[in-house]
Design a protein around this ligand. Sequence first.
Ligand code: ADP
Ligand code: ADP
Length: 237
Amino acid sequence: MIVFNNVSKVYPNGTKGLQNINLTINDGEFVAIIGLSGAGKSTLLRSINRLIPITEGDISIDGTSVTKASKKELRTIRRNIGLISQTFNLVKRSTVQKNVLSGRLGYYSTFRSIFGLFTKEDYDKTKQALASVGLLDKLRSRSDELSGGQQQRVSIARALVQQADTILADEPVASLDPITSQKVMQDLKKINKTMNKTIVVNIHSVQLAREFADRIIALKKGEVVFDDSSVNLTDER
Ligand code: ADP
Ligand code: ADP
């Protein structure tokens, strides 16, 4: 459970990123954050794992304060949160397998990560994750030989092998065409339903948010202007 308690973010230059946000995201929810460019979607998403530090209030996950966490506690928190971004962040010249395997480093302790040693289990988990996004046949392909949609699905697989309970997706379909966007959203939905992962996704398209998310949070100038089941979102706003 992710809880925002009176959260505000003021950037050093005075820009208000978030204003007095109160919300609770329950385990297993599929939440879409919508809003115009500059509304605060990215700030909200990235404050969950403290990639962006907030300036007021508190964010907690399962009762542990992210805001007050020590560096060590923050590492533990981040290990349990997978991240997917608009630009995929794959190592382009590397194979699909290597890219997904790198997600396992997020699962282990730092000590283990330094050595980058992989076990049979790591390779098995990698194959499982690729199968679940329909890309097992691309295991040995170079990442930059894949289409945009396929690359995004590789990044989803990488988040899966981390075995995090929560996945944050910052504009995961912003650079994809409509049909590919649908497919990527379907994959996220499948992961949400079959693996019971909490998914929070920033998305520009209201249609996609409505179609795939259970709940929609709309932001305007850093404030929540709508927070309800996606079926209750009207068009007037
Ligand atoms: P587009 O066709 O470019 O997606 P829309 O008119 O559908 O434009 O939406 C423009 C922006 O306004 C979107 O980023 C969306 O998140 C936001 N928006 C649209 N409808 C709502 C609504 N009911 N509540 C809050 N924000 C909305
Ligand atoms: P969105 O993801 O909805 O496009 P953002 O969260 O990126 O919105 O931005 C929210 C507001 O904070 C915007 O006014 C934006 O210009 C501002 N902002 C974002 N990042 C910074 C930054 N590093 N420094 C100053 N202002 C920023």
